[in-house]
Design a protein around this ligand. Structure first.
Ligand SMILES: [Zn+2]
Length: 464
């Protein structure tokens, strides 16, 4: 039988086995204790300040000799949402989890003889060890269409140039807006440094207006001014002819020189304007004045074939056509297109019978007095709503004129056959205050001509 000699003693194999098992148990218990016991528990906070953001890091270490746990919590504070978002995304890509608003957490554990991560990090943070800064301004404003070259960064760790700087940018030079570029370097396995630059692409270039035809146009006394046309283009928006606003003060019944002004603004609110002069000649015997053809059929007044309802020309009490189907179809088409742009233009009012108008006007007159009520509400029999061709869209509150909806309506209604019937600064002609919501259906061709002339329907028809 095999025996082992230790000194002068002989030990039997069975005893030997028991002895080794005992030693293994001791070793196991000893190491288990070390593995499990958290001998150190430290918490550190420190701040990293950059130009316009601020990272505060809270780190918790749980140390044993062989088993370390680290929890890092980053809190991002910045005036700029883009930076918070970008930095947040960077942290997530580094294995952080978003805990709550602007709070990012990463847990890691290391096995072996752990050193204090914070001390290691602090060493790398010591003055001059990391040199990481932006070249050029941290916020750059670039004119649209101008070439932009990233000024890059200075990056040195321990006086050695950093070979790899990760540059990520949201920049789209084709679109005006605010963008961000981030620069990241790896300091060590655990730590990165970030820098950010804001880039704004702006358009400060004014659009251009081109006037078709002569700058000075002479017309005969009493004859209709026909607009020869105009175009507007912008370096960023392209063709913006349909955004041109025209102001026309021509009175063809009074000789004199009148100005037509054309103005337009691009999406960045760069505005430009142009002018044309219209000279209304003196009345001479030779001039045959074009007098508009006014016909009355069944109590309805047509001027050159256009049904006209205003304070002077009314409709019979019995006239009851209901809403005009063609006009309603066009309103719906217009609403659909506006909706695509996020604009809401509900019909507030459309066809109104004589009776309805009578009651409505009486209630306004009771509230505000007849004189004031007549500046915004028609007498029964004189409301355009009774023709079924007029609609109030959006809201009939005077604040409606300042909305995006009103702006869009003024610029686009003619494309669907409508005009803004009571425009701004034309109260002396229409008799009504500016109603940005009230549109009248004329059909596409005529609506375009009236819109292009910059005149009210009365002026355009020559019955003012
Ligand atoms: Zn109305």
């Amino acid at each position: 039988m095999l025996t082992i000699k230790v000194g002068r003693r002989r030990i039997k194999p069975l005893n030997w086995l028991i002895f080794l098992s005992f030693v293994a148990l001791i070793v196991y218990v000893f190491f288990s204790l070390i593995f499990l016991l958290p001998l150190f528990n430290k918490e550190y906070s420190y701040n990293i300040d950059k130009d316009n953001y601020h990272l505060s890091v809270k780190t918790k270490f749980k140390h044993a000799w062989f088993n370390c746990h680290t929890t890092e919590v980053y809190k991002i504070k910045s005036d700029d949402k883009l930076i918070v978002k970008t930095l947040g995304n960077q942290l997530i890509s580094d294995g952080f989890k978003e805990n709550n608003k602007n709070n990012y957490v990463r847990k890691s554990s290391e096995f072996g003889l752990c050193s204090d991560n914070y001390k290691r990090y602090k060493k790398t943070r010591k003055k001059g060890y990391i040199k990481f800064s932006l070249r050029g301004k941290s916020s750059q404003i670039i004119e649209y269409e101008k070439e932009y070259k990233d000024p890059y960064v200075n990056a040195k760790i321990n006086n050695t140039n950093v070979k790899r700087v990760d540059v990520v940018s949201t920049l789209n030079e084709k679109q005006i807006g605010k963008y961000i570029t981030s620069y990241t370097i790896n300091v060590n396995k655990m730590h990165k440094e970030y820098l950010f630059r804001i880039i704004k692409i702006v358009d400060t270039k004014k659009p251009e207006i081109k006037i078709v035809g002569n700058n000075v146009i002479e017309i005969d006394y009493g004859s209709k001014y026909v607009e020869p046309g105009f175009e507007a283009s912008d370096n960023y928006d392209g063709d913006i002819t349909n955004k041109i606003k025209i102001k026309n003060t021509i009175n063809n019944k009074k000789a004199g020189t009148y100005n037509i002004s054309y103005s337009v603004c691009d999406t960045s609110n760069n505005c430009t304007s142009a002018k044309r002069q219209v000279v209304v000649k003196e009345k001479t015997k030779e001039v045959i004045v074009h007098e508009p053809k006014i016909e009355v059929k069944n109590g309805l007044t047509y001027v050159d074939g256009v049904l006209l309802v205003n304070k002077k020309y009314g409709v019979p009490k019995t006239y009851d056509p209901g809403v005009n189907e063609e006009a309603l179809k066009k309103v719906k088409e217009m609403q659909k297109d506006a909706e695509v742009l996020g604009l809401s233009l509900p019909i507030v009012s459309s066809y109104r019978s004589y009776k309805t108008q009578e009651k409505l006007h009486a209630s306004y007159a009771k509230r505000d007095g007849e004189e004031k009520a007549s500046t915004y509400s028609a007498l029964a029999g004189h409301s355009e709503h009774q023709t079924g061709l007029a609609f109030d869209l959006g809201s009939t509150d005077s604040s409606f004129q300042y909305t995006k909806e009103a702006k869009w309506l003024a610029e686009n209604a003619h494309l669907y056959g409508f005009i803004i019937r009571y425009p701004k600064d034309k109260t002396d002609i229409t008799g009504y205050v500016y109603e940005a919501w009230h549109v009248r259906y004329l059909g596409k061709d005529l609506a375009y001509k009236v819109w292009q002339s910059g005149l009210t329907l009365e002026e355009y028809l020559g019955v003012n």
